[in-house]
Design a protein around this ligand. Sequence first.
Ligand code: GLY
Length: 374
Amino acid sequence: MTAGYDVVVVGGGAIGMASAWRLAQAGMKVLVVDKGRLGGEASSAAAGMLGAQLEAHRAGSFYELCRESRALYPTYVAELLEFTGIDAQLVQNGILQLAYTEADATLLHERAYWQRQAGDSAVWMDASEVQAAEPVIRPVYGGLFLPDDGNVSAPRLVKALAKAVGMSCDVREGSPVSAISPETGGTFVVTTATDRFHADKVLLTAGAWSSSLLRPLGYTWEIQPVKGQMLSIRPPFGVSLRRTVYVGGTYLVPKRDGTVVVGATEERDAGFNRDVTIGGISALSEALREIAPGLSHAEFLQSWTGLRPGSPDGEPRIGELPGLPGLMIAIGHFRNGILLSAVTAQMVAAAATGRGWPERWQPFHAAQTVQIGR
Ligand code: GLY
């Protein structure tokens, strides 16, 4: 038996690391255990979009949670920079959703309406305004510009979080967890091939790998890997994209270093396979050429995949599970793990310390929605 912890965090992606850091800031003794290296899976693969308005498809609690996390980002990134010296490169350049037809435009106008009602900014741009703003894009009917959505460098955010965690918590990398076992007395043992860690509380943040640890405990809420293939390019000298551009499931995200990340496939039948495929990369390349012919001569840099943690409704569940006091989860962030890491860490800290759980977070509480199968 290894020395006891207040909290053992199982899974060191952006959600696990941000949570561990906040728990350590709250005075807890925290261990982060990861099967590979910190941030080595979906978190560092992400395009890093902070698409609160892009990714929410209706007004309501999920949209509000995304907005809340987006609003935390400038402070979150600044705090990480101050603590670690690593800048996650927040870019507040907005996201431009393109319309090719009048029907597309009608849908975007509806989106603009409910987002403005909520107090967000959503600016309609006609064809000539889009062309003038982003000359690399092919002529379109118009576009909806969401100026408050932005992006960060996901690999740099992960690096900053890993450093913050290394400075404030114990860390075990290369240590797959085989079991989380409740003990008499309300504590837990977290078992790896070489260790048994004793903890008052456990936080499961293993992304797409969470279900195999939840199932043996009797919880049937399933997280499925949803593969995303991505690529990055460097535009020729003098050619640039200023805003993130999104249409038909493809996004082009300009980064502060001048590169553009192009994503992403959404593959639900690939399981844990992480191959970059000819089909995936050619589909992304064709979409890129279709959307932005002005980037056809960009240099291809690299391609990669990530496995999103797909929850049944695409929304996360956070907090203490019913039936096992002390066992917490923060999983199912699907397409929005980077965006939601800021608010999720605050939610986890609230759950772990017994601070209040505001009404607005209630739809995402683990106790509301995770079924007990025993
Ligand atoms: N956040 C975008 C994606 O998951 O593809």
